[in-house]
Design a protein around this ligand. Sequence first.
Ligand SMILES: [Cu+2]
Length: 134
Amino acid sequence: MVTKNHQSYFDPIGLFVDPGGTISFVMESGNHSATAYHKQYGLAEETRIPKSAEPFDSGVIIEQGDTFEHTFNTKGTYDYYCIPHKTMRMIARIVVGEPGGPAEGSMPPDGSVPTSQQIVNKGTIGYEQFKQNN
Ligand SMILES: [Cu+2]
């Protein structure tokens, strides 16, 4: 989770993980959260994680170097956002095992993320690489 040159973003913006994999979100600069698009969270207009998946929300992290970990057990597509920078398109996507669920077939309301197929094909999609092509 990065703020650099007046831009705030998740890097990578697209990531593939096997079911049961744990992802560590690292606060590199700025202040950010990693929050699933799930209707139980106030800012999420829609749920964009698999139906039976456990939602996650790091809360806003302000300390550089702090981490938030989440284990992804349910297969499918997970879109998430940063609470302070949601409207500035700080959003990203994780595919667990294989694409699926309500995030498929559309992009998040706040902007675009790599397609699930791109994520499956490449494994990791860096922010700069994505921006150059979008
Ligand atoms: Cu942010």
